[in-house]
Every structure is written in C-alpha cells, then in structure tokens.
Design a binder for this molecule. Sequence first.
Ligand code: HGA
Length: 607
Amino acid sequence: MCGIVGAVAQRDVVEILLEGLRRLEYRGYDSAGVAVLDASASEPQLQRLRRLGKVQALADAVAEQGLPGGTGIAHTRWATHGEPSEANAHPHVSGDIAVVHNGIIENHEALRAELQADGYQFQSQTDTEVIAHLVARAVSGGADLLTAVQQVRSRLEGAYGMVAINRQTPERMVVARSGSPLVVGFGIGEHFIASDQLALLPVTRRFAFLEEGDVAEITRQSVRIFDLENQPVEREVRESSVEHDAGDKGEYRHYMLKEIHEQPQAIANTLEGRLLNGQLNLEALGDLSDVDAVQIIACGTSYHAGVTARYWIESLAGISCNVEIASEFRYRRPVIRPNTLLVTISQSGETADTLAALRQAKELGITKTLSICNVPGSSLVRESDMTVLTRAGAEIGVASTKAFTTQLTALLLLTAALAERAADASAVQQRIAKALESLPGLIQQTLSMNDDIERLAEHFADKHNALFLGRGDQYPIAMEGALKLKEISYIHAEAYAAGELKHGPLALIDAEMPIVVVAPHNDLMEKLKSNIEEVRARGGELYVFAEESAAISAAENMIVVPVPACDDVIAPIVYTLPLQLLSYYVAVIKGTDVDQPRNLAKSVTVE
Ligand code: HGA
C-alpha cells in the first residue's frame, strides 16, 4: 500500500526520502513523488517531482533536476481514487501547501464540490487533493499549519495518515493520523515521519508511534503531539529492535523464493522459548482459563490461517470457534458469546479492516483480545491485550509465505494453551509439542520437493483455471494454495472442500482444468479417494500431493507427488509448502512480477 516518508533536517533530505520509499517498495504501488522545501534560498522554494511507475524513475528524475532542501515529503501511491498517473501521484499541491496521504477520504465528493464553489481548481482525480486545498484555505484564512491541519481534520471522514508542509514556514511538517499508521523518527537535530519504521532505519532507531487522532508538529528541534481534543500529549519514544535490513535476495531469484526457503528458521524462531526440550512453555501467552469461545478475525492469507485454527481449536481444545473475514465482521451486528476470546491475525498489524474489526468487537463487549502478528509495536499489537508474535522476520514478497506458516505455528501454540481445560489436556499438549518439535526439520525436508514441483509447474502455465481440493483442516490449505496461484500467476483458481464437488463444481471438470489435491494420510483419506475418483471419471487432470502411506498411485491423468509423512496435527503446515512452490514456479514460467504482483499491495492499510 501507499508509503509515506518525511524529514526535517539541516542537510538535504531528498536522498533520505528516496531511500525510505525504496524500503517501502515491496508493499506494491503504482507511482511515486516527492516535494522538497528549500529554506536556504532567499525566497523559500517548493519543488515537486512525480513519476508513474517505479521509485527508480523518480530517483532518475531527481538526479537530473536536483532537489535541494532540508524539509521534504515523499510518497508511493497505490491508487484508490483516480487512475495510476503522474497527475494523480502525491504530493498534491495547493498554493504553498503540499500534502501526502495514505487512506481514503470518504466525503471527498462533498468537499470537492464545496472547494470548487469556493474557486479551488482540481488538478487530479484523487480524494487526497481536497486535503491540500482545505489546508491551503485554512492557512490563507490566517491559521498556522498546525491549526490548519487540526481544523481540516474535523472535516475529514474516513481513514488516513497525512503529512503537510507549507512553503511559508519551511522548517516544519504537520502530520495527522486517523486510521493509517504513522511513526515519528527521532534523529539528532533532525526528525522524520513515515508510515512504517522500516523506511527510516538507515537514519534512526528511535521511534514514537502516533495514536489514533494524533496531530503532530515536527521541526528540527521539536516534536509536539496533540490528541483529538488538541491537548498536548506524550508518546513514548522506543528503541526499535526491528532488523536493519530485510536483506537482499541472496542466492534467490525472488524474495518469495527466499522467504519460502526461510520457513524452517522462521518456524524455529516462532517456537523459540515457547517449546523447550519437548515441553510447551505457554505462560507468556496470557491467562486463557476463562475462555469459553473463540472468534477469529482476519483477511486474505491470515484468514486461511484462522480457518485452519478453527479445526484445531474445536477438535483439540474442545472450544467453540468462529472465523470471519474482517471486512464482513466489522459491518454486521455479530452476536458475541460471553467469555469470548477475540483473535486477530495480521502479518503487518496494520491491516485496516482487521484493526477496525478489533475496535468494533471491543465496542460489542469483547474484553479479551489476542493478536497473532509479525510486527512488534504495530497498531494491532498495541491495541490487543495479548500477542503471539510470529517472528517470521521481514516479509518482502507481496504473496505471503513464511508469515502464513508462522501464523499457523503460533495458532497451534494457542490451541495447546486453550486445551488446558480439556479432559485430555496433557495428551493433547504432548502431541502438539512433539509434532511442533519435528516441524522445522520436516519443513526443511519438504523443501527438497522443489525440483519436482518446478517440473510440475509446466503443466499449469498455459491453463486459465485450476481447482484446489482438500478436506478437513486441509480445506483451508487448498484455499491458500488457490489464493497463491491467483495472486502471482494470475490464473483463476478456486478451492473447494472435496466433499462439495458434486454439489456444483464437478460441472467444470474437463481436460483443461488441472485439479490439485492435498491428501495427507488422515482419517478422511478414504473419503478423499472417492472424490478423486469422481474427478478422474470425468476426465479431470489430477495433481495429488500425498504421503506414500496413503497408497494413492499415479495413473492416467493423475500425477502423485510424495510429501514427507507427518503427524496430522501439523500436516496443514507441511502441505502448504508444495502449494507455495507450485504457484511460485508457475508465475516464474509465466514471467509475472512475482514479488510485486499487479494491483496488489503488501500491508493493506485502506479498506
Ligand atoms: N486515496 C488516495 C491514497 C490511496 C492509498 O492510501 N493507497 O494505499 C489515492 O488514491 O491517491
């Protein structure tokens, strides 16, 4: 999603801003821009450059033109209102004011009409431009930049993070947070703002996270923060422990492949301190002894982790569990049972819908909340009572891989903790502990399927559709496999619970429809075999991932790919790997932009 970077310093800031944007590139964007104020000139200058496409195109333009100045704002845009174009790229300028914005201004049409009636001319189709004109109007009415932004904030509906600068007062920026994250970076005699601390790690490690409704005025010497009532507030400045670099791709062709191969280590990191010498150590998860029901909320891949966890939580811990997509949950009136634990899952911890659903759930009376998240200090972590950090490390590929399997690992730990009150608690916990202990090694072993799957991918590259089938806790893994294929290879793929085939999708089966089946040797195996036969009888082309002991043999129109044997309880995690590799190699053959697939963004900070 959009990235924001800003700086107020004595030195020229444009390189800091560009480097910040590069660090946010992985999130996906369509255009980039920068505006810099130069106070050293006899008359302060505001210069802006924007480019459609990559940050490098912007950097080339900057190198050609030069953009001196100690105050600047920069942005990568992922269009929501108005096509991707140079005219719609941020910063947007109105007179002396320049603005960058993440999020959506929902009442932009009414504000645009009002501003046009007042004589303001619009240069873009974006919702953002209303902010620039509103701030400019307030400033020309006599307000200083801080007051102007505070006044404008009360006119804006929707979720946003924004930064404004004013040519007339060049050594300051004013920022506002309402729904989209912003973090202030503290340097020595210089200050920074960004939508993600990763952008600022080359210049500082000291950060204060703005809270909902905060407005801050940032100069070289000071950071003044005000709350919704415009009262001064303090926000704790913390030293960041986030890795300095996401690292380069190393020997790998894409971040996605690197991240797939990092999974044994990432899972070991998730387990560290929580599984010691074969014993679970779950105290740090918090007190779950009074939990009678679990409500899981998430989006996309995280939602699939949640659906998998429902199978675990109900069958192993004996606790009723609902799972819902955040964007649905937040706009209905769910009935919440007493003593419900709300579990939110998000890689970034800034997913707009998940955050809103968490807040909605609290309003509905949920008092116990736990987040499964990869980013310490993120909004989701800060607003939840408890957190299980997944410790996957920075994930750069837009299509989530190690974030998903570490989420599943964390959810299995949570299941073990919730099983505490089950009649067979110690047997369940021992089984989970034993299975998890073997997991990093098993995942390493599963990665050796790489070459077989690379060859298999050729069968998919010219196809337009694919079906993914699974039963029980493999059904959400089939959903995740289909999502991965859609995301990065642009092949239409759907997942079905295999028992559902005969209720409709069987009509789709023909020789042009590859069908991927995830088939661990569990108690649903015989049922699944029948479903496989139903497909074969209709000429479908099957690709079955199965343990050898399942005794599914290759046959005409059926390729069987062996997967290492494992305890059923961790099979969803193990079977995820071949599906990740399959979508990766199909995308490579098709030549798509694997790490930044079209139209998608990494952390989805808008609705
Ligand atoms: N609505 C603005 C900003 C979009 C955004 O935040 N994307 O992540 C626009 O369309 O320019």
